[in-house]
Design a protein around this ligand. Sequence first.
Ligand code: SF4
Ligand code: SF4
Ligand code: SF4
Length: 311
Amino acid sequence: MVTLNLNSLTYCFGCITSILDMDERLLDLLAEIEIIYCPPLLDFKEIPKSNIAIVDGCVRTKEDENRLKEIREKSDILIGIGSCAAFGGITGLGSLFSSTETLNEIFMSDTLLKKTIPNTGVPPLKERVYPLHEFVTVDYYITGCPPTSDLIFDAISALLKGDKPNRYEKPVCAECPRIVKEETLEHLLPFHEKIPDPEECLLSQGFLCRGSVTRGGCGAPCPSNGIPCLGCRGPSDKVLKRRDKDPLSTLIDRISRVTNLPEEKIMREIGRVASIPHTFYTYLISSPEMKLKPRSTISEYIYRFYETEKV
Ligand code: SF4
Ligand code: SF4
Ligand code: SF4
């Protein structure tokens, strides 16, 4: 029997819900796997030794760091699930502010919280958000916010057969049924401004769909249902592996090709309809790999924290 440790750092419960969302397939896995640690299901205090540990969430506190290091020591295979684990994810947007600014905003600006920052029994925040591999070796990531239960099931099934989980190297566009057309547009569109054509590529219509720079594997549920891809699976291999590619500059090239808008106009339009850190680096702002790309603009937003030592 393969032993499984399901563990969480700073997270939102979305990834663990996606695991439980496997429904009956969990029963198939339980024929081969014994879950030996999972706080939402089992009340064990000590982190056990296991064959596989699945960790969701990011490192935001010293307690997260200690817990992650202990899990790594006690597991043969460590899998990070969710974009918080791999890149800092949505939680990583906290890196746009110092921990003091964050605590002041949450606890001092809201009268319901009695204007008191908790200082006992609560682990202090680190200065920024870290993905797991900044502290330990991670064997595999299953990205997404959250990753679909199909992705998680397929990855665990592959490991049980002795295979590696599928990387899904191609972008979301490869799974999207919409038809890409070259248009000549005057403007980009915020999503609320127009009902999109049901069949044409959203980017061709001027909506900021990030499917072309985002890793596939999710089955493109968002653009299939008329909603631009937000990039929750993180960068496609082309963007991740090539040093000259980053999500913002690569997407601008793509927008320019399908809309015939010049790059300078696109930058002005992006300033009008979107915020760069929240739109192009939504899940990636705390990713050291993205920050180090020569064309990345991440440093403009959180440079002050990258220059300091880990705390
Ligand atoms: S990746 Fe998304 S769903 Fe998973 S813990 Fe982070 S915010 Fe929640
Ligand atoms: S850019 Fe978006 S809408 Fe267009 S093909 Fe790619 S995923 Fe589909
Ligand atoms: S289409 Fe984009 S935002 Fe939607 S699940 Fe896939 S990667 Fe995430």
